[in-house]
Write a protein that binds this ligand. Structure first.
Ligand code: ZN
Length: 161
């Protein structure tokens, strides 16, 4: 029996329609976008908006910064010496359309040497941990293959630089 797949947080990403996307919210009054999602009220200065609509975030962005983690995180992260654990990369990705930076782990196999500031990356489904017969799912970032076709014909964010 395959383990049940459970999002590590509810409402932060979706694979509906076969396309994996991060989910944020957008203020109906001023257009500010929030991730993690803000559902109660807009935090933009001077905006009193309280209606925030769920919006899928851009699939691709550019590496704003990156580092790696080489020690086991403490609880409450799934940890403990009995678990398999590998160093991972942590990537901060700038989404041009949303004018924000979203953190996430690099996909398995993505090493520091594979990354550079300004490189285009895309969001992909990932696994945070396996526990109690469940697979906790999350998002990962990975470099966009250079020979890959353009995602949808739009110029990539930051193309002008
Ligand atoms: Zn607003």
């Amino acid at each position: 029996m395959s383990p049940t797949r459970v999002p590590v947080v509810d409402g932060w990403f979706t694979a509906e329609g076969g396309e994996f996307r991060l989910l944020g919210t957008c203020c109906r009054d001023c257009g500010a976008v929030y991730f993690p999602r803000e559902d109660a009220f807009c935090r933009a200065p001077g905006c009193s908006g309280t209606e925030l609509a769920e919006v899928p975030l851009s699939r691709r962005g550019r590496v704003w910064s990156y580092t790696d983690g080489r020690y086991r995180p403490p609880a409450p992260y799934p940890s403990g010496p009995e678990r398999t654990w590998r160093p991972y990369t942590l990537i901060a990705v700038e989404l041009a359309a949303e004018r924000m930076v979203v953190l996430g782990q690099g996909a398995p196999g993505v090493a520091l040497a594979d990354l550079a500031i300004g490189m285009e990356v895309e969001v992909v489904p990932g696994v945070l941990a396996e526990e109690d017969g469940r697979t906790l799912t999350t998002w990962h970032w990975r470099p966009v293959p250079e020979e890959g076709p353009a995602p949808d014909g739009r110029p990539a964010p930051g193309e002008a630089s």
